[in-house]
Design a protein around this ligand. Structure first.
Ligand code: HEC
Length: 121
C-alpha cells in the first residue's frame, strides 16, 4: 500500500512538471500575413498610420485583445448573436480568409510593434 502511494505521488510529481506545449507565435509569419492579406491597405504598413482616422490603431495593442477581436469578427460572420461576436462588413470579409494560426501570428506581430498604445516597450 505504501509503495502504491509513493508511486502515485511520483506520478503526480512528474505530471506537475510536464510542460504543456504552447503554440509559438511566428512574428515574421504574422508580418507576412498582414502584408499578404492587404491589412496594411487600411491599417497602414506600420499598423498605426491608417488611411482613415476612424480605423483603429493596431500596433502595440495587446496580442490577446487583437486575437479576441479577430475571432469575434469570425463569429459574427456566422450570424451568431452571442455577445462575443462582432459585426462589421469590412472586417468580417477580411477575417474570412484567415486561419487561426494566421490570426495568432498577426496578433503577436502587431503587439510587438512600437506604438503609443504600448504601456512600456
Ligand atoms: C478596407 C479596410 C480594412 C482592411 C483591408 C482591414 N481592416 Fe481591420 N479594421 C477596419 C475597420 C474599419 C475596423 C473597425 C471595425 C469596427 O468598428 O468593428 C477594423 C478593425 C480591426 C481590428 C479590431 C481592432 C480593435 O481595436 O478592436 C483588428 C484586430 C483588425 N481590424 C485587423 C485587421 C487585419 C489583421 C486585417 C487583414 C487581414 C485587416 N484588419 C484589414 C478596416 C480594415
Amino acid at each position: 500500500m505504501k509503495f502504491k502511494q509513493n508511486a502515485l505521488a511520483a506520478v503526480g510529481l512528474a505530471l506537475t512538471f510536464v510542460v504543456v506545449p504552447v503554440a509559438a507565435q511566428d512574428l515574421a509569419a504574422g508580418q507576412a500575413a498582414f502584408e499578404k492579406f492587404a491589412c496594411a491597405s487600411c491599417h497602414g504598413a506600420d499598423a498605426k498610420t491608417s488611411v482613415m482616422p476612424s480605423y483603429p490603431i493596431l500596433a502595440g495593442q495587446h496580442a490577446d485583445y487583437l486575437l479576441h477581436a479577430l475571432r469575434a469578427y469570425q463569429r459574427g460572420a456566422t450570424g451568431s448573436t452571442q455577445v462575443n461576436a462582432r459585426s462589421n462588413a469590412v472586417m468580417t470579409a477580411m477575417v474570412a480568409q484567415l486561419s487561426d494560426a494566421d490570426m495568432r501570428n498577426i496578433a503577436a506581430w502587431l503587439a510587438s510593434l512600437p506604438s503609443d498604445l504600448a504601456i512600456s516597450k
